[in-house]
Design a protein around this ligand. Structure first.
Ligand SMILES: [Zn+2]
Ligand SMILES: [Zn+2]
Length: 377
């Protein structure tokens, strides 16, 4: 006894074609011999469902089946559908292509594709970032072959339509199936789906249409650039495929750390050593900036680590409107390798100068000592 086709697919008599397709697709996916090799029960289930689908998806056959049952659509009679065991020889993809028109990866002829974007990390100095620079970089990339204009065909010749697929990029194979002759469509293997063939390949690119080249590109670094700034060069990336546009080139700036200046935003930070005589008596010192040396006044009685700000000596703003500032931390250094006379003068200085005055202002240590004195009376 043959099972009812609706029961086989698990759908109602009023099911739409979509519902029938969906139900069949699910059963076919779960039971196809590709999925469950050697499973006889699955294979039977697959064949049974395929037969049911062949009938119920055809309005004409469905009408006959609804009216006369299995007798109306006799597969093994003169209808000539043949042995269903053939059917399991087709791949799952073929089955879906037959029924659903390429739902499982039938490829179309490929059109133009945009080339890839490229990223180039460019290391520059603080000065180059601050004041801008022109730099030439060398980038290995694939370029449209100039010899053949990207066609891959030798100059004077043209790609011809593929003889295997007639230029469609796809070949139709007519195969005998339990349902009679069914045409399947595959990507043409002769031309890889491109539809064209090159009879005389360009000798520069060997028919690829692209050549690998080291390309020199002049990069314009704007003044006030900072670490991580990305400069976009439209159309300077990899060449496109089949006449597609080239990708973009992104030059990403990396700024080398400077041995003396530290940059934070548009401000510059640095440390300058001064002598304790300069700190005590005051002086005018030379301070290097990215704009060149400037004079800076150190006032009398300057403490170590004091930070002075020099306005406008920082990094220029990229969008204009002046520069950041420079912050100078002065570090008072203690003299070393003193000779006897120098030591004598310092001892003398020490004798005539109260310790608190020598410290300049009350340090945390002075306060701690006072508190301790208070506490112990
Ligand atoms: Zn070429
Ligand atoms: Zn072809």
């Amino acid at each position: 006894m043959k099972r009812d086709y609706y029961e086989v697919l698990g759908v109602g008599k009023s099911a739409s074609l979509d519902e029938i397709k969906k139900a069949y697709r699910k059963i076919a996916k779960e039971n196809h011999p590709d999925v469950k090799p050697g499973d006889k029960q699955a294979e039977e289930r697959f064949k049974e469902a395929t037969e049911a689908y062949a009938v119920l998806s055809s309005p004409e056959k469905k009408a006959k089946y609804d009216q006369f049952g299995h007798a109306g659509v006799d597969f093994n009679g003169q209808g000539g559908f043949g042995d269903f065991s053939d059917f399991a020889d087709f791949g799952l993809g073929d089955i879906f292509e037959m029924f659903f028109g390429g739902g499982m990866g039938g490829q179309r002829r490929q059109g133009p594709t945009r080339g890839s974007d490229l990223r180039f990390d460019l290391t520059i100095t603080l000065h180059e970032a601050a004041f801008g620079a022109k730099k030439e970089i060398e980038i290995p990339l694939s370029e449209t072959c100039a010899n053949c204009g990207g066609s891959g065909a030798a100059p004077g010749t043209h790609p011809v339509n593929c003889s295997q697929c007639g230029g469609t990029g796809q070949v139709r194979a007519v195969q005998r199936t339990p349902f009679g002759q069914v045409a399947t469509t595959r990507t043409c293997s002769a031309c890889n789906g491109q539809g064209t063939m090159i009879s005389t390949p360009c000798n520069k690119c060997n028919g690829r249409g692209k050549v690998r080249e080291v390309k020199k590109i002049e990069v314009n670094i704007p003044a006030g650039s900072e670490e991580g700034l990305s400069l976009r060069y439209s159309g300077r990336g990899e060449a496109g495929e089949r006449g597609g546009p080239a990708g973009d080139l992104y030059v990403v700036l990396l700024v080398k750390p400077h041995e003396f200046f530290e940059r934070r935003g548009n401000d510059i930070y640095c440390e300058i050593p001064i002598t304790f005589v300069q700190a005590a008596l005051g002086d005018e010192i030379d301070v290097p900036t990215i704009h060149g040396d400037v004079k800076m006044k150190v006032p009398e009685g300057t403490q170590t680590s004091k930070i002075f700000r020099i306005r406008g000596m920082g990094v220029p703003y990229r969008r204009g409107g002046g520069n950041g500032d420079q912050h100078v931390r002065v570090i008072v250094s203690t003299p070393t390798k003193l000779d006897e006379r120098q030591k004598e003068l310092l001892r003398e200085f020490g004798r005539i100068t109260p310790e608190a005055q020598q410290r300049g202002k009350k340090s945390l240590w002075d306060k701690v000592k006072e508190n301790v004195k208070d506490a112990i009376g």
